[in-house]
Ligand binder design. Structure first.
Ligand code: PXP
Length: 247
């Protein structure tokens, strides 16, 4: 079975917000992603509201037919919004105002008390919880102790590796982390920086159930359209997993 694909549509909202216009609408984008075979729609409601707005999450909750995944910081404000809107799943991410995008995983070891409370509140409401972390065994063990359902492994270092040697090292960290987390009974997701060129080896890691991919898909959609861009990524995920099974 191929891994699932959640398409992150934040960048559609970025294009809208840059002119404070009403288009392009991430709600329309979500429909096209689902037509292209996406298994879920992911949005990050940031504290600074730089792209996705609360209005988007509320409407998406009503129109998404697959699965709505909300990325958010582990704050009181965000927990209240999540409990009100009730996405299918929440992915807890770190947030810094000045960053271009989410730069590293959440440091669960340092913020365990807060994370544990947030996980509990969300799970009590029936929301599946994931925590975005670096492929680090201490972080994974602490995430498990915070009672999360899933982790999302940060693939950024693998994607940004400057050469083959570093890429292979980062890939081995992702493989070890995915295996360890799966053994602990955690669902394993992954994302950040993945594109049509670098997805193959990570998609071959059989413990990874779901990928969340945004920037490369939205960028490709400028040339080929969103539905096709999503379909091509779904096909790559299928191909990577099948090739691994046939090895
Ligand atoms: N997963 C998480 C937790 C993220 O924060 C992001 C970026 O918003 C992504 C996945 C998608 O990353 P990219 O846009 O680089 O594909």
């Amino acid at each position: 079975m191929r891994p699932k694909l959640g398409v992150n549509i934040d960048h559609v909202a970025t294009l809208r917000q840059v002119r404070m216009s009403v288009y392009p609408d991430p709600v329309h984008a979500a429909v096209l992603c689902e037509l292209g075979g996406a298994d879920g729609i992911t949005v990050h409601l940031r504290e600074d509201r730089r792209h996705i707005q609360e209005r988007d999450v509320k409407i998406l909750r009503q129109i998404v037919k697959t699965k709505l995944n909300l990325e958010m910081a582990a704050t009181k404000e965000m927990v209240e919004i999540a409990l009100d809107i009730r996405p299918d799943s929440v992915c807890l991410v770190p947030e810094k105002r000045a960053e271009l995008t989410t730069e590293g995983g959440l440091n669960v070891v340092e913020s365990q008390e807060v994370v544990r409370d947030v996980v509990k509140a969300l799970k009590n409401a029936g929301i599946e919880v994931s925590i975005f972390i670096d492929p680090d065994l201490d972080q994974i063990s602490m995430a498990k102790r915070c009672d999360t359902d899933a982790i999302e492994l940060h693939t950024g270092k693998y994607c940004d590796a400057p050469d083959k040697k570093h890429r292979e090292y980062e890939l081995s960290r992702l493989i070890d982390a995915a295996k360890a987390a799966s053994k602990m009974g955690l669902k394993v997701n992954a994302g950040h920086g993945l594109n049509y060129q670098n997805i193959f080896d990570v998609a071959s890691i059989e413990e990874i159930e779901e990928f969340n991919i945004g920037h490369s898909i939205v960028a490709r959609s400028i040339y080929v359209g969103l539905e096709r861009a999503v379909r091509e990524m779904v096909e790559l995920l299928r191909f990577s997993r099948q090739s691994r099974a046939n090895r």
